[in-house]
Structures are given as C-alpha cells and as structure tokens.
Design a protein around this ligand. Structure first.
Ligand SMILES: [Zn+2]
Length: 108
C-alpha cells in the first residue's frame, strides 16, 4: 500500500470540494480513513504527522464544527467564505503531509 498515493488522493478530494463544490463525506469518502479508520484510527499518515488520532491537530476539527454550528446541513461543503478558507487549509495540510512523506522517503 502506497501511503503517499493515498494522501495524494486526499489532496484531490479537497481540491474537488474547493473547485467543484463537492461535499465532504467525512470518514466515508476520506481516502486514508477508508483504509486506516475501520472502527478505530490506526496507522493513518495524518495521525502519524500530527501525533494525534481522528484528525485532531489538523484543520478538520474546525471544518467539522463550523459546518455543524454555522450551516447544520446534511452535506458538508462550501457554503460561505469561512468554509472555503478552512477547506483550503485542509487541502494545504494534506499537501504538507505528502511533501513530508516524500522528503522522508528520499532520505531513506
Ligand atoms: Zn461556512
């Protein structure tokens, strides 16, 4: 399993949320979650990067609570400038993880 490829598909997921107004399905359509989550969060590159499970330490918590508190809709997607800002941070955070994984791989 190529973890870099998984994280790259996560970058693409957030690109689609930002550019194509797609919705975020959370665990169900998060590429690393689909592989590493199961019933508990284990071995995910995001958790390895932040040192915390369940996407804590990433912008995802802010995205989640902003969606719930401000919009409270079934679909989590971009509704306002704050949504766009957090989604962009999330995309950039995924890119940061991909870059760091590539750098680590190059060191080996
Ligand atoms: Zn919003």
């Amino acid at each position: 399993m190529n973890k870099i490829k998984i994280m790259e598909s996560s970058v693409r997921k957030w690109e689609r949320i930002i550019n194509e107004n797609k919705s975020d399905g959370g665990v169900l359509d998060c590429p690393p979650c689909r592989i590493f989550y199961f019933t508990f969060c284990f071995g995910c590159p995001i958790a390895a990067y932040t040192g915390q499970k369940f996407c804590k330490g990433s912008p995802y918590g802010r995205w989640y609570w902003h969606q719930l508190n401000e919009h409270d809709k079934i679909r989590k997607k971009i509704y306002c400038p704050e949504c766009l800002k957090i989604a962009t941070e999330m995309r950039d955070f995924m890119i940061e993880i991909v870059e760091s994984m590539k750098a680590q791989k190059a060191e080996r």
